[in-house]
Design a protein around this ligand. Structure first.
Ligand SMILES: [Zn+2]
Length: 146
């Protein structure tokens, strides 16, 4: 049986590859949310008092967003995918984006509303953490919003 050893600089190598082929991926991240001051929230249903409110568009809350750009490896559609599919896994979205793993990025993803890839608005369908011997990248399956 062949012994597999991993180079200790795996993260740097992958970062190097990603920087060479990576493109900007923009994350729309919720920074804060406040109750709409024009209509407000129904305390029973938790929905906007005015579903046609021009201020909050009927959401009842006003959100503040940040837009954060991260370099990622972008794969669109099925044609490109076999490279990334191993061990019987399958793809759930329209696009897969591979980005660097970090605790900061992981917590940013928790607050991400939309992801913009090649000027298309996407939402995150699935997150997969990858890396051997330790986590060093995140795969995001993205679905296009209509
Ligand atoms: Zn409102």
């Amino acid at each position: 049986m062949e012994l597999i050893t991993f180079p200790s600089n795996t993260v740097e190598i992958i970062d190097g590859i990603r920087n060479a082929i990576g493109r900007p991926v923009i994350f729309q991240v919720t920074v804060s949310g406040t109750v709409c001051s024009t209509c407000g929230i129904n305390p029973v249903t938790g929905t906007a008092l005015d579903p046609f409110c021009p201020t909050c568009s009927g959401y009842g809350y006003l959100y503040t967003y940040d837009f954060i750009t991260i370099s990622g490896h972008i794969t669109w559609g099925y044609a490109d995918l076999p490279k990334w599919i191993t061990g019987g896994e399958y793809f759930k979205g329209d696009c897969v984006v591979q980005i660097k793993f970090s605790d900061e990025i992981l917590s940013m993803l928790e607050k991400t509303k939309y992801v913009f890839v090649d000027e298309k608005k996407m939402r995150i369908e699935r997150k997969t953490l990858r890396g051997v011997p330790k986590l060093n990248r995140i795969l995001l399956d993205l679905m296009q919003e209509d």
